[in-house]
Ligand binder design. Structure first.
Ligand code: PLP
Length: 294
């Protein structure tokens, strides 16, 4: 495993033309152990910022357009300056060129509110080689259902809770994962207080019921998953009917298969829910992961 790479990005306004030369001049590789934040950065002090994590296979990042679009949408939800997408794409490309040409990696894009409300935001990217060995993709994961403490309509009725934005405030998500571990499980399916299944702390939920593939509708206060979206495309082409709707918690036990899916781990089949074994579809899991890696 080689060392991670870090690029500091001096933001170009979204409405300014970003040329190859101006993008290149705005990116600066720094050593992975070089401090890049002051103690007063809102990202460090308040988790006030946004991020994206992209999966990389053999030098190619998956879903760059979808991740950049979500970065832009998250920035809008937090009233952060709009990112210049050509510049961020240039940053991703610079990292990909620095990463090993073979194997898997993750690329992370981060924007914080910086040290001053008036800006500029603090922006950086990291590229980190990761092990190609993800046993969860074949062995599966045991999940527990944990309440997120919100009703299903939180996205529409309380947008300031930012549930559909990919913010840096992941302390709750990490706490939920620790709770799962303490209950002898591997991961979490968050539930709404009115009885619906939502998403994992770092992943989207997909179910198969016969020939129908289901995922919770995103207006219900969950993150729009890029991996879920790619898989819907693949599964639709494969002959499945793909549907966004509310999913009752009980459906986790009644489905023919369920997965938590995300950009780096990809599709991990759920093998147990709250200690009760549930069916898996390992053949379809293998085809889904092969399609994502292709
Ligand atoms: N939902 C949450 C809360 C997440 O943090 C993530 C990814 O980190 C996802 C869903 C899956 O998104 P993606 O497939 O784009 O990685």
């Amino acid at each position: 495993m080689t060392t991670p790479h870090v690029i500091l990005l001096d933001p170009i306004p979204a409405d300014a033309e970003a040329t190859k030369a101006s993008i290149s001049a705005s990116l600066r590789f720094v050593s992975a152990d070089e401090p890049i934040l002051t103690a007063f950065d809102a990202g460090a002090g308040r988790g006030d910022g946004i991020f994206e994590t992209l999966g990389v296979s053999d030098g190619r990042a998956r879903g760059i357009d979808a991740h950049l679009a979500r970065l832009e949408a998250s920035a809008e939800k937090l009233d952060l300056p709009a990112p210049n997408l050509a510049q961020w794409r240039g940053g991703v490309e610079a990292l990909l060129a620095a990463l090993p040409p073979k194997g898997q990696a993750s690329v992370r894009l981060v924007i914080t509110r910086g040290t001053d409300e008036a800006g500029p935001p603090t922006c950086w990217l990291t590229g980190t080689p990761v092990s190609s060995d993800f046993p969860e993709r074949t062995d599966g994961i045991r999940v527990v259902t944990l309440s997120r403490g919100y009703a299903n309509d939180v996205g529409e009725n309380a947008p300031w809770l930012l549930v559909g934005a990919k913010t840096l405030s992941y302390a709750i998500n990490m706490a939920a994962l620790r709770e799962a571990k303490s209950r002898g499980a591997d991961d979490v399916v968050f539930t709404s207080t009115d009885g619906f299944a939502l998403e994992g702390p770092t992943s989207s939920l997909i179910l198969r019921q016969g020939n129908t593939i289901l995922t919770p509708a995103i207006q219900h206060g969950i993150l729009a998953g890029t991996t879920q979206s790619d898989l819907f495309e693949f599964l639709q082409d494969d002959g499945f009917e793909c549907v966004y709707r509310t999913i009752e918690v009980g459906e986790l036990l009644r489905s023919d298969a369920a997965w938590l899916v995300s950009s780096v781990r990809l599709a991990a089949p759920i093998t147990a829910v709250d200690g009760e074994a549930v069916p898996t579809d390992l053949e379809l899991t293998a085809r889904m992961n092969a399609a994502l890696l292709a």
